[in-house]
Design a protein around this ligand. Structure first.
Ligand SMILES: Nc1ncnc2c1ncn2[C@@H]1O[C@H](COP(=O)(O)OP(=O)(O)OP(=O)(O)O)[C@@H](O)[C@H]1O
Ligand SMILES: [Mg+2]
Length: 309
């Protein structure tokens, strides 16, 4: 996979406060990368540095192969941004905002009009396109900002809490568009507080605490990493000798509630494999098998609970 974002030793200091402290990571082409952290952890500051809104104090940020310091215009042509606070002109209509942005990106008028209609249609705003943005609800405004960010068909999209404070319908509309875009090859850098959203959407997440990156991995891997003892719940279609389960490879302990067996395992993969072999050898079919993983919420809390100011 090709590197789309390369961040090396990014640092930002405001007075005596080191908001972002030597952060390094890479995002590959086609990834949805989630950037998580408590309030004030440095997510927006990092996003602003990566998108060339504020200068880096130290470090290097290469976006789509262009150094954000020396080639900001080339980099910006390739990405779109949904910032933390709205960047739409409220005294203009949605349509006027989009046309203005089209001119800034140098899009031919016909192309800008076609693309704007498509995006407003997808985001449920076409009927309101001539209304001034000041009359828009929060959810409508956020959908418009997404349309503006996508106007020039960027290969990379940065979003800073795009669904914060939105209702289920607006949230779903935005998330489903992000999924579609990603399937068509758009790389996505997403800051969010919503763990469930990150868990379902992101290939990898980075967790930032007090300006430092404390973990970076696939959500499922982060969950297993904090949970050294794994829990598996299994049920078979017939009675089986429970004592035999305790002897299986990878299994640490066995207990029973109703028709389900609760297994604790040091090695989840080995235990699941032995359970399957055990079923086959004893002529018992597995009816249900669930791995009881911690949630991404638990991972987040575990990794960020210290040092909160
Ligand atoms: N322009 C600024 N001037 C001074 N301090 C700033 C500025 N911008 C951010 N900070 C400080 O930098 C730290 C990180 O802020 P940042 O906005 O990046 O956090 P965040 O992770 O985006 O938080 P939230 O989840 O609340 O959006 C905070 O301590 C904040 O007060
Ligand atoms: Mg922020």
């Amino acid at each position: 996979m090709t590197g789309v974002i390369h961040a090396s030793n990014l640092t930002k200091v405001f007075g005596s406060n080191t908001a972002v402290d030597h952060i390094s990571f890479d995002v590959s082409q086609g990834e949805i990368f989630g950037f998580l952290g408590p309030n004030g952890a440095g997510k927006t500051t990092t996003t602003r540095m990566l998108t060339g809104v504020i200068p880096l104090d130290t470090g290097i940020a290469t976006i789509l192969g262009h150094d954000i310091r020396s080639e900001p215009v080339l980099a910006k042509q390739g990405f779109g941004v949904v910032p933390e606070t709205s960047n739409a002109y409220t005294d203009l209509s949605a349509w006027q905002n989009l046309m203005l942005m089209g001119e800034l990106y140098g899009l031919p008028r016909a192309r800008a009009e076609q693309r704007s209609s498509d995006l407003l249609g997808m985001l449920g705003l076409l009927e309101r396109k001539d209304q001034k943005v000041q009359a828009y609800s929060k959810g409508m405004k956020q959908r418009l900002i997404l349309a503006i960010a996508l106007l020039h068909e960027p290969k990379l999209l940065f979003l800073d809490e795009p669904t914060s404070g939105l209702d289920v319908q607006s949230t779903q509309m935005i998330l489903s568009l992000l999924r579609d875009l990603n399937q068509q090859g758009t790389t996505i850098f997403l800051t969010t507080h919503n763990m469930e959203e990150a868990n379902r959407l992101c290939h990898r997440v980075g967790i930032i605490r007090s300006g430092k990156l404390v973990a970076i991995d696939a959500p499922e891997k982060l969950k297993t990493a904090i949970n050294r003892v794994h829990r598996i719940e299994v049920s078979f279609d017939r009675e089986i000798p429970g004592d035999a389960l305790a002897e299986l490879g990878g299994v640490r302990g066995v207990s029973r509630t109703g028709d389900k067996w609760q297994i604790t395992a040091d090695n989840q993969d080995a235990a699941i494999r032995s359970l399957m072999t055990f079923g086959q050898q004893n002529g018992a079919a597995i009816v249900t098998l669930n791995t009881l993983a911690p949630s991404l919420d638990e991972v987040f809390l575990r990794l960020t609970r210290e040092e909160k100011p």
